[in-house]
Design a protein around this ligand. Sequence first.
Ligand code: FES
Ligand code: FE2
Length: 453
Amino acid sequence: MSEMLKNEDLDPDTMPRSPGVTYQELLDQDSHEVPDVLRMQSPKDLGLNDYSVNRYISADYHQKEVERLWKKVWQFTCREEDIPEPGDHYRYDIAGISFLIVRTETGEIKAYPNACLHRGRMLKEFDGNAAELRCPFHGFAWQLDGCLKDFPSAWDFPQINNEEFSLPEIPVALWAGFVFINPDQDCAPFDEFISDLASQFERWDLGALYKEAHVAKIMPCNWKIAQEAFCEAYHVNATHPQIMRGIGDTNSQVDVWENCARVITPGITPSPLLDYEITDEDMLRSMMDLPPEAEVPQVPEGMNARAFMAAISREGLRASAGARVDEYCDAEIVDSIDYTQFPNFHPWGAFNKIVYRFRPNGNDHRSCIMECLQLLPFSGERPPAAKVHWLKEDEKWSSALGFLGKVFDQDSFNMPKVQMGLESTYKPGITLSGYQESKVRWLHQKFTEWVGD
Ligand code: FES
Ligand SMILES: [Fe+2]
């Protein structure tokens, strides 16, 4: 039976919420002008129903996802800067299907199924640069623009009309330096799909940043388990207790729109779950990851700790980001502004530098690919984009991503245990909170829309 999908606006002033300062009240104390995008609030009442554990443990549900979601939806593949030169190509795989993203002679970006039109071999196994797309099996070759170039023994294929034997094109769209494709050639327009996210990122031009790091790892859980570990701050108290002194976990603001949602978690404000007095020094030590013996910089008289931390960070960013840093308010510098574009693309706002992506690992619904890109400002010529750094099974995120990696390692520790728990539970569904976990709930509503129950 299909559930009723509830989706009603909530009144931010009267809805149930965590004790402690609200996110909007923190913005009132900002030392800079706060942009409209942070003043927006879009809390939603999405109902309180549970979601079936089959979504994580059933091969049948995975197959439905492949057919109804992955073969139909706009999805992020690579950055434009990953394929800067004509002939550069990037292999993008999703749920056991492969696509080639190619920079043509004219500089345009095209996407093709990664399959030869002769007997179907993958055209390219690796990212790289090539003057043509020649199949390694019998040698059929296509130009970068997809037109058939040549093939051996043409006399033996009288049925092939060269003009018609072009690689099928897959819809491609560009946004903020990200290349999206939609495997469905009859898909809805990208501009509509991305409109909410695009309008909110006008101020934060991710296209002007470069990809400084790109780390990937196979995680032993369904892709949605990994993704949902990053879609709420409710887990901070139990999973990352070391940052509670400096992060307003349960004060996070959660906003839901049609195809995108966000969780903004304030930094340099203590968790309302702590029942003892937190000093500025405690907050700064926790968020700067300083050991107990290290000296913490003193917050000057008359300045609040958020403004102080933002001021320090602004100076750190100034060399690469220039005068822009002075326009960014404290919140844009110290808060986690974590957006999600359905189904699996997670760019953070402002100078947060993080982009996540989660997707199935081939057709195994019990493992997934988790990736973290870091985007940074630069001055002068654009530095080359970082290549994907694959972590091995026993390698930690912290070996590649420092402080952030330590936090990921804590999140990752839960993932296979969540998978095992969901395989074992006698309870038919997962239970979600009404507000703090509403981004997870929104994702599940979208899955219901696209995939079914
Ligand atoms: S399968 Fe590609 S040339 Fe034969
Ligand atoms: Fe986490």
